[in-house]
Design a protein around this ligand. Sequence first.
Ligand SMILES: CC(C)(COP(=O)(O)OP(=O)(O)OC[C@H]1O[C@@H](n2cnc3c(N)ncnc32)[C@H](O)[C@@H]1OP(=O)(O)O)[C@@H](O)C(=O)NCCC(=O)NCCS
Length: 125
Amino acid sequence: MLRRRQAVLDRDLPYLVAELEGYIVGFCYASQFRPREGYRFTVEDSIYVRPDCVGHGVGKMLLAELISECQAKGCHSMVACICGVNVSSVALHASLGFQQVGLLPEAGYKFGEWLRLLIMQRSLQ
Ligand SMILES: CC(C)(COP(=O)(O)OP(=O)(O)OC[C@H]1O[C@@H](n2cnc3c(N)ncnc32)[C@H](O)[C@@H]1OP(=O)(O)O)[C@@H](O)C(=O)NCCC(=O)NCCS
């Protein structure tokens, strides 16, 4: 996690942490969508909310701020790669203007099963 966080900061992209009464309740960050330079204006978000804090707006607050900071840095679009069936993540991204742009069947393999990868995207312009 530290290596990942450093890679985000090295690219001058935002890494945000949500705190409630001194406890971390979620985090999210933007990373370059693909490593080649041609993709430098497209970022991918990653977001996690503490399991006992989901459904209270923490994810939306974090992602809205991430979008706004990436806009301020001149990024062109944001992509979410959602592995497996994840109703909450799809709802969160849709609530902030992301639209489904792709679906890769059997793209991941975890816990003994193949998982699809749903791709959502939002313009930052
Ligand atoms: C996905 C995740 C970040 C969402 O965060 P959250 O704090 O629970 O989301 P919020 O409470 O801010 O909800 C945001 C919106 O999504 C909707 N939503 C969230 N979970 C939902 C669910 N299970 N079913 C339907 N709608 C849901 C909310 O109603 C809200 O919509 P609104 O603004 O129209 O009211 C959180 O569930 C999580 O950390 N999950 C585990 C990790 C994960 O899957 N990360 C994403 C990997 S791609």
